[in-house]
Design a protein around this ligand. Structure first.
Ligand code: GDP
Ligand code: GDP
Length: 445
């Protein structure tokens, strides 16, 4: 059994309208491009990837902290929000410079102090303000130095995140390097999905019950546990999403399911198996996790579980549900299975293997260029104003996910629909199924 270091998690906390989603969007930035690349991915995201310098991290927007009269905020807080705070490596608590300290801020501050988490206090909407005018009064919250930022203008944001990540110990650098090489021949698989979709059942089926018990041990670090298994001659490393428990001060008994562990496992793997329960609706949480998979660029296979004992009507229903809510996952292969009865497992793993191969495919420059030219011959990119984009050649710019870089002129004028057309052509030519494919354009003028 081995472990791998997870990426640090920064959780954004604060009452409604202080600017959490504005800050989230600034930190993750890729939203606009993503929505164009994955039609249907329009839901509010809550989980994203950020990067300062060389250091990647995961950002979680914990949503609102609405107080509910009588029962009190603590009781009413969504359990996942509590858990996200407890499990995050560092919390950024946002308040509003223009409104000053209010009662709810005080309540949240008290909770955060009680949790004993590392907290940075960010006084947002402070563009053009001086510390004496905007920041000083927030000392009252008892969370140390207030940092003035402007999420919408960007002032102070990078410094804030740098300070936040300084609180998190860096992982050993040598374990990181090994990972990249290992990616190539072992399939690192993360099985993710909401509670009760059947993840543990599938894992038991794949690796055997006794080994799962051994690896479901409480942990105290940010490391993930990996478990190795072999099936049909292929070697897999399974990255756990549930086994680790951080011994929090208040939330000793965190729940079996953890969004944060899910995000970290997605980051650490190279193929995601997203499990959906055929018996229940697809929720916003499913969609948000799926959006995170897309954003990280991981290869993906979707497994619709509990297929046993469903009638025709129910089967049609869940397929429609999927098309309606997760159609941005159309690059991924979808399987139906029964983890309990062990049905549909081999075809599922075949798609996992294929998705892995696609993610690491080597795309030769001559073939890429030829496929691109053929595509252009059949359908020219439309003009935009006086500009007609001219595509000259293509080469591979990266793996996992594959990136195709197209060189030419006036490529800014390429429309999203033309980009998707090219993507389809590359996918067909190289049999790329199960991995996102990124296309980048480089214009020489
Ligand atoms: P959330 O509810 O905490 O996610 O808050 P939002 O990100 O939706 O922001 C609430 C409002 O505050 C929006 O109208 C934002 O445009 C505005 N806002 C966010 N950040 C800033 C900022 O740095 N300066 C100013 N002036 N307004 C901001
Ligand atoms: P997890 O929370 O995602 O790990 O879900 P579990 O593996 O604990 O499964 C939750 C429940 O669903 C258990 O009662 C399982 O027996 C049941 N379950 C799992 N897979 C299947 C399946 O393929 N068919 C049926 N009918 N039930 C299943």
């Amino acid at each position: 059994m081995k472990s791998v270091s997870f990426k640090p998690v920064v959780a954004l906390v604060g009452r409604a309208n202080v600017g959490k989603s504005t800050l989230f969007n600034r930190l993750t930035r890729s939203r606009a491009a993503l929505v164009a690349n994955f039609p249907g991915l329009t839901r509010d995201r809550h989980y994203g990837e950020g990067r300062v310098g060389e250091r990647p991290y995961i950002v979680v927007d914990t949503g609102g902290f609405e107080p509910v009269a009588k029962t009190g905020m603590l009781l009413e807080m969504a359990r996942q929000t509590q858990q996200a705070i407890a499990e995050a490596d560092v919390v950024v608590f946002l308040v509003d410079a223009r409104e000053g300290v209010n009662a709810l801020d005080l309540e949240i501050a008290q909770l955060l102090r009680k949790l004993g988490q590392k907290v940075l206090l960010a006084v947002n909407k402070a563009e053009g303000m001086r510390y004496e005018a905007g920041g000083a009064e927030f000392h009252e919250l008892g969370l140390g130095q207030p940092y003035l930022i402007s999420a919408s203008h960007g002032d102070g944001v990078e410094e804030l995140i740098n300070l936040a990540l300084e609180q998190v110990p860096s992982p050993d650098s040598d374990s990181e390097g090994q990972d990249d090489e290992e990616f190539q021949h072992r399939i690192k698989l993360a099985i993710v999905g909401r509670p009760n979709v059947g993840k543990s059942t599938l894992i038991n089926t794949l690796v055997g019950e006794d080994r799962v018990i051994a690896f479901d041990q409480p942990g105290t670090t940010r490391d993930a546990i990996e478990i190795e298994f072999e099936r049909n001659g292929v070697e897999y490393t399974l990255i756990d999403t549930a086994g680790l428990r951080k011994r929090g001060k208040v939330f000793e008994a965190v729940e079996k399911f953890s969004v944060i562990k899910t995000l970290q496992a997605i980051e650490a793997c190279n193929v995601v198996l997203l499990m959906i329960d055929a018996h229940t609706e697809i929720s916003d949480q499913d969609a948000s996790i799926a959006g995170f998979v897309v954003e990280t660029g991981r290869a993906l296979v979707v497994g619709i579980n509990k297929w046993d004992g469903l009638d025709e009507y129910q089967r049609e229903w869940i397929k429609r549900e999927f098309d309606r809510k997760l159609r941005f996952l159309s690059f991924a292969k979808m399987h139906t299975l029964s983890a309990l009865k062990g049905q549909g497992i081999n075809p599922l793993l075949k798609s996992v293997n294929a998705a892995h191969a696609a993610a690491f495919a080597k795309l030769s420059t001559p073939k890429l260029t030829r496929v691109m030219q053929e595509a252009v011959e059949q359908q020219q990119p439309p003009r935009k104003g006086i500009f007609r984009p001219k595509l000259r050649y293509a080469h591979q710019g990266g793996m996992n996910p594959p990136i195709v870089v197209i060189h030419g002129n006036a490529l800014d004028a390429i429309s999203d629909s033309y980009r998707r057309y090219l993507e389809t052509r590359f996918r067909e030519a190289f049999k790329l199924e199960g991995t996102p494919l990124r296309i980048e354009f480089k214009s020489s003028k």
